[in-house]
Design a protein around this ligand. Structure first.
Ligand SMILES: Nc1ncnc2c1ncn2[C@@H]1O[C@H](COP(=O)(O)OP(=O)(O)OP(=O)(O)O)[C@@H](O)[C@H]1O
Length: 400
């Protein structure tokens, strides 16, 4: 699977999932606009998911979010065929081609579960009579990998999750957080490119939970797996998800980036979720900035302030090269995206376009200089100064 092939890692196409016998009757009611309660009442069928369409790109973390019973696990479990699909397609990129899990043969499904999709559960799912090493090696054992190779890979993955010294222990000798790390090591060991995570951290106390979220994000930088993650916690979803799909009564009511959802909640249900989210941790430069094309230009220079005292020169690709203040040479300084840390002194700050609002405010406080946001190639994307920051906060507060 590669991003270059253009295939999504997972794609749901108009998926309906029903629990109960009278599927024909339930589908008919569904098509006539009946809601979950009526379908249950008239057919005794539970509507697990309805009309779900969603693409998950390779290397993306997509979080399914919603209240209890909204259908998150139902959708997740359809990816490895644990839930039967009544209608629609669930396409999973397996060995370079899309396989419709809802309709494929048993052999393909087995191969897909062994090599392409692995799963991490909320309740860890460790076997008590096996050591940590044996638990972590379960997937490899099912793949028929030799004991020596298994040991090599498993010890590497255990070390990766910080359990290098715990291979010979049993699950009950480990804390909850450590047991979940074994679950992660087991999922990583098979090298399956797609990871399904069903509320993997919700049984853990908040501190351990935050730590494991950070570790997952850290590991993901090198692993680049496709992760479909279920959570009922919007803060967790926004922290982890490149994309978030919000579910209600079996349907996806909104899918988008954390910023999309925070700034433009599609329904009152979504708005209620985002009401308590702290925008400082979610909003990034691109949602705040004045875009490069809207910055005044004069004689090949960009005017960074209203009075035209601060002037930026760019090269032919729009990469900032020099800055002048009142005609005199000034300095550009580079800052990091996450913490906005900046080394040394400067007159104008250059930061990555995904600079978080929190980091932008910290930078402004530290330097009191305008912040130029640049893309991956160093090209000017926009300007983020006091005005843009205040507007971002006001917009979030519904004041602009
Ligand atoms: N195997 C099953 N048999 C019958 N009904 C089921 C089954 N699995 C799920 N359901 C029903 O489908 C609906 C969606 O359940 P699901 O577990 O997907 O919700 P969820 O959003 O993951 O909730 P939670 O956060 O509580 O885990 C619920 O009404 C549930 O009762």
């Amino acid at each position: 699977m590669s991003a270059a092939s253009g295939l999504p890692a997972i794609e749901f196409r108009q998926v309906d999932i029903l629990f109960g016998r009278d599927q024909t009757g339930a589908l008919r009611l569904l098509d006539n606009g009946a809601d979950r309660a009526r379908i249950l009442d008239e057919t005794d069928v539970v509507l697990g998911a309805a009309g779900v369409s969603l693409r998950v790109e390779p290397g993306e973390i997509c979080v399914l979010m919603g209240l209890s019973g909204s259908g998150k696990s139902t959708i997740l479990r359809a990816v490895n065929g644990l839930n039967e699909v009544a209608r629609g397609e669930v396409l999973v990129s397996h060995e370079g081609r899309p396989v419709d899990v809802a309709h494929c043969d048993a052999r393909t499904l087995r191969a897909l579960r062994t090599h392409t999709v692995s799963m991490v559960f909320q309740q860890f799912g460790l076997l008590p009579w096996r050591t940590v090493r044996e638990n972590a090696g379960l997937g490899l054992e099912l793949q028929g990998v030799s004991p020596a190779e298994r040991r090599r890979v498993v010890d590497e993955k255990l070390a990766m999750v910080g359990l290098g010294a715990w291979g010979d222990k049993y699950a009950h000798e480990l804390s909850g957080g450590m047991q979940q790390r074994v679950g992660l090591a087991r999922a990583f060991a098979t090298d399956a490119p797609i990871l399904l995570m069903d509320e993997p951290f919700s049984a853990l106390d908040p501190l351990i939970r935050t730590k494991l979220q950070d570790e997952l994000l850290d590991l993901q930088k090198t692993l680049r797996k496709t992760i479909l993650f279920v959570s009922h916690d919007l803060d967790e979803a926004m922290k982890l998800g490149n994309r978030i799909a919000i579910m209600q009564d079996g349907r996806i009511v909104q899918a988008g980036s954390a910023e999309d959802i925070l700034l433009s909640p599609a329904t009152p249900y979504v708005a209620e979720f985002v009401r308590h989210v702290n925008p400082l941790n979610v909003l990034r430069g691109a949602a705040l900035m004045r875009p490069a094309h809207a910055i005044r230009r004069e004689g090949g220079e960009l005017l960074l302030d209203d009075a035209g005292r601060v002037r930026l020169a760019v090269d032919e690709s729009d990469r900032p090269t020099a800055v002048r203040i009142d005609g005199g040479a000034a300095r550009l300084g580079r800052a990091g995206a996450e913490d906005g840390a900046i080394a040394g002194t400067c007159d104008v700050v250059v930061a990555p376009v995904d600079l978080r609002l929190r980091a932008a405010i910290a930078l402004k406080r530290q330097t009191n200089h305008p912040i130029l946001l640049v893309d991956d190639l160093g090209r000017l994307a926009g300007l983020c100064d006091d005005d843009e920051i205040y507007r971002g906060l006001l917009q979030r507060a519904g004041g602009a």
